[in-house]
Design a binder for this molecule. Structure first.
Ligand SMILES: C[S@@+](CC[C@H](N)C(=O)[O-])C[C@H]1O[C@@H](n2cnc3c(N)ncnc32)[C@H](O)[C@@H]1O
Length: 193
């Protein structure tokens, strides 16, 4: 079962928190952030991350791992061409800077595309890389059992550096963050202790 619905700046207010609060704190510790967009679908989420982080540092310093189970979604993400409805929440200045209109579609700027490395990864089976400053995993946990969610949150906690942040979807609040070694940093953002 894979439902690939995504969009740029999904729940835009959360991306404002990422830009204005979370990234400045992380960058105060370390200029080369290790970032993972897990279950990235067709790429809107990791590309949004690069656009938001570009307000703090040059694209040449940005590197984002983006993974999904679905190889077709990954292929579409690599192409980077989207219908207008996917861009509904993109701020006007970002849209003019990082998208090129091609007939009824919008192509993501190549410099943004170069910041993202796409790979196939199954959150339920595959090993997790370590030492991330930021893991973004949104709008996928709803598909998993409580047992699977518990294991995935443990894995994310083990994959984050102390002080690293987990950014979840707007229906995916963690009710017992302390069980995973997290404390709440902001709504839908958890800091690894
Ligand atoms: C609704 S999309 C969310 C996309 C994006 N994170 C967002 O919030 O807009 C859910 C994605 O989870 C992926 N997915 C489902 N099960 C997965 C698994 N076990 N491991 C990795 N990705 C999975 C699907 O392929 C789909 O692309």
């Amino acid at each position: 079962m894979t439902i690939n619905v995504s969009e740029f700046y999904r729940n835009a207010k959360r991306w404002d928190v990422l830009e204005q609060k979370i990234f400045p704190k992380l960058l105060a510790e370390n200029k080369r952030l290790k970032i993972w967009s897990a279950a990235c679908s067709t790429g809107e989420e990791p590309y949004t991350t690069a656009m938001v982080l570009s307000h703090h540092q040059p694209l040449s310093q940005i590197s984002i791992l983006a993974t999904d189970l679905d190889e077709n979604a990954i292929q579409r993400a690599k192409v980077g061409i989207y219908p207008e409805r996917s861009l509904a929440e993109v701020p006007a200045h970002v849209k003019s800077k990082y998208f090129e209109k091609q007939a009824a579609f919008y192509k993501v700027d190549d410099a943004i595309k170069r910041t993202v490395t796409f790979k196939k990864h199954n959150l339920l089976k595959d090993t997790y890389e370590k030492n991330f400053d930021l893991i973004i995993c949104r709008n996928v946990m709803i598909y998993f059992t409580e047992e699977a969610k518990d294991q995935i949150y443990k894995n994310f906690s083990n994959s984050l550096k102390p002080g690293g942040i987990l950014f979840v979807g707007s229906t995916e609040q963690i009710f017992n963050p302390g069980n995973y070694g997290f404390e709440t940093e902001d709504t839908f953002f958890y800091r690894k202790k």
